[in-house]
Design a protein around this ligand. Structure first.
Ligand code: BG6
Length: 487
């Protein structure tokens, strides 16, 4: 789908996100000839740099982030001709004129203000954009998580941005929604008639959503310690995944229809009260260990983490969606840092067949399972029971029907940001979070945070390189189930 001429202004233009994600994603779109001739990318930062130094920094980042097979001098030439840079303190009143002059050359163009800054700056920068008369009807603003630290701070941030931009101009990024496999989940559910009739309490025993990372917290100790796994991953990415698995079919694939359905799921999530946090949640924190044979330090030894930190780097939860479709079907969620490998997966465990006609051997027939691998080695596996060949009677074995996206599609898998940035420019907010979604997600997360505070206990330890504390295994085993680590 073509993109109209645009000006994209990136505040935090020299920052980590701009260099690691935004510019490489835009470069890939250039490479695939999706960028209109008239498209400018304007980096803004307090850093004192001239244009050439900015271009050099961008080149270095793109060479580092982009697969060498996709880097070529011709694409880079056309990409770099789009780049502009201004040194500007976006909180101050001075120094805006060069940006104003540049943007006023094309007042009617799509204008995207990407606030790649800490959330506390979203409001003040929006206010300044308004004061400088830079917000036009074809403007939009893009913000990143975390949107708030809790419900009231999220409301405050949304309120601030909302005083200067209409809700349909606000694009709240959850980069998981840009991942190919996450969009594929919608295709799987709503472009096939096979699964949809089965996805309910009558046929599904439970659902698991696991997002495991082998990385630690890197240099982000300060941010991470004030956040923790529940705020950093569950409030946004994992709840978004849960919504896509659990939502009713939207009437059409447009922003409000999809987001209305996701919102209903978030509203239906049963709150986990203070007296239930012990039973339905497990917090963990990694200690020293080894990953891929390399030893790594524990969380408390990471830079920027205070010695008395109470922050979790792992969380497992038992969530319940209280509606007609999902009544009684638990959704087990877990995410953690310093796990044995990077692996994100959704597993839908179906029930046992209602009546078994084969000789009674409890281990023989195992219930079907649908495993959707989000990353890496993206694909879908459907585990089916089959008869083992041979004359020896009805011996059964469970085997997977395996769809590997890499094998089925030879094309490069685009980065999540490529799709999302183009959607911003096209004005399509379907894969972005609406204000009410963000706030409803916080409403569910808050009682858990409060319950943990009341408990005042340290998270349970797990050695780096393990799948979390044993209490997480005990939590699901109490229900007679087990976590899957699909191959
Ligand atoms: C971010 C979190 O939103 O998502 C990080 O802040 C996390 O802590 C990252 O590492 C995971 O994203 P991905 O795309 O690597 O799974």
């Amino acid at each position: 789908i073509p993109v109209s001429p645009f000006d994209m202004v990136i505040f935090g233009g020299t920052g980590d996100l701009a260099m690691r994600k935004i510019l490489p994603a835009l470069y890939y779109r250039e490479k695939d000839h999706q960028m209109p001739d008239e498209g400018r990318i304007i980096g803004i930062s307090r850093a004192v740099l001239d244009h050439d130094a900015y271009v050099a920094q961008a080149l270095e980042a793109i060479e580092r982030e982009v697969n060498p097979d996709h880097f070529d001098a011709e694409t880079w030439q056309s990409f770099q001709s789009r780049l502009h840079f201004f040194t500007l303190d976006a909180l101050g009143d001075d120094g805006w004129q060069p940006l104003i002059d540049l943007l006023s050359e094309h007042p009617d163009r799509v204008r995207a203000f990407y606030l790649s800054t800490p959330p506390k700056l979203f409001g003040p920068i929006s206010h300044n954009l308004h004061k400088k008369n830079l917000i036009t009807p074809s403007s939009r603003v893009v913000v990143e998580k975390p949107i708030g630290h809790d419900l009231s701070s999220a409301q405050r941030i949304n309120e601030e941005i909302g005083s200067f931009f209409e809700e349909n101009q606000i694009f709240r990024i959850d980069h998981y929604l840009g991942k190919e496999t996450v969009q594929n989940l919608m295709a799987l559910r709503f472009a096939n008639s096979l699964f949809e009739p089965l996805l309910n309490h009558q046929w599904v025993d439970h659902v698991q959503i696991s997002v495991a990372e082998s990385i630690g917290i890197g240099g982000r100790g300060d941010y991470y310690d004030s956040s923790g796994a529940l705020r950093d991953m569950v409030q946004n990415h994992i709840l978004q995944l849960l919504c896509i698995v659990a939502m009713e079919p939207p009437v059409e694939f447009n922003a409000d229809a999809v987001r209305d359905e996701k919102l209903k799921v978030l509203r239906a999530l049963r709150h986990i009260g203070a007296n239930e946090v012990r039973e339905k949640t497990v917090r963990g924190r990694y200690t020293r260990g080894a990953i891929d044979g390399e030893s790594v330090v524990g969380y408390l030894e990471e830079k920027g983490v205070p010695a008395d930190s109470m922050t979790e780097t792992f969380v497992a939860l038992k969530a319940e969606v209280e509606n007609w479709r999902w009544a009684g079907v638990p959704f087990y969620l877990r995410t953690g840092k310093r796990m044995p490998e990077r692996r994100s997966e959704i597993v839908i465990q179906f029930r046992q067949p209602p009546h078994l006609i084969f000789p009674k051997n409890a281990n023989q027939v195992m219930a079907n399972r649908l495993a959707i691998r989000l990353q890496p080695r993206e694909g879908i596996r459907m585990y089916l029971m089959t008869k083992v060949p041979g004359p020896g009677g009805m011996r059964m074995r469970q085997v997977p029907l395996n769809l590997s996206f890499a094998e089925a599609f030879k094309d490069r898998f685009p980065l999540g940001y490529e799709r999302l940035l183009m959607d911003v420019l096209r004005g399509n907010a379907t894969l972005f979070m609406r204000r009410d979604e963000v706030e409803t997600a916080w409403r569910w997360v808050e009682p858990i945070l409060r319950g943990w505070e009341d408990m005042h206990e340290h998270p349970k330890s797990y050695n780096a390189g393990n799948w979390g504390p044993t209490a997480a295994i005990a939590m699901i085993e109490r229900d007679g189930r087990t976590w899957y680590e699909e191959g």
